[in-house]
Design a protein around this ligand. Sequence first.
Ligand code: FPP
Length: 226
Amino acid sequence: MTQIKHIAFIMDGNGRWASKRGLPRSAGHIAGAKTVAKVISACNALGIKAVSLYAFSTENWKRPEDEIKNIFKMITDFNRRALKECVKHGYVLRYMGELSALPDDARAAIEDACARTADNAGMIINVAVNYGGKQEIVRAACTARRDEEGKVSAADFEDALYSTGLPPVDLLVRTGGEYRLSNFMLYQSAYAELFFEKTLWPDMTAKKVEKIVGEFALRNRRFGGI
Ligand code: FPP
């Protein structure tokens, strides 16, 4: 069993996976959604308490309309399947991001799934949709509880983040061979160990997750100490 409480994934490489096979980008997102299920069960088997997944960023609106539609279809399908899995395994399903921009039916299905799994005691699946780390921090700065002097404590600030109640990210994995955070969980990853994996997201497997988790165990986390 791992020490990891919270693992986060930037699921990059769906488009390239599809192009390499002469397929439309949508085929990459379909394959990517299948990978999500495998990775979630691998994380559960490892005893991880929370998994965060970057499904759609505030910057992804720049993509062609067709691709955006397709990603939202994947998210809605994922939500339907995830709800069944959450009921079966006792997982909690959560979302973070500005969900008000989503089509009404998608948002209603998401809210229903979250409500129906909120009291489960198992692993937390936290899906970032229309999410941006900087936007989240600014939002928390505006909404966090202030004391009589107008000051905000770290605990109250953290409560105002979408991730309220989740442990900090221990391990942040980006697939697809690029070395950046792309505005993902900036506050929560302050002391995360970073792993950049060449594998394109649809090619991720339980074995590869286990290998990364094994390497994490060898890292010396000092949190600013010596
Ligand atoms: C990045 O690959 C991937 C996305 C922007 C979409 C991720 C969505 C899914 C895997 C489907 C639904 C999943 C959940 C958890 C609801 P890219 O398209 O940027 O790939 P590229 O860099 O090769 O072009």
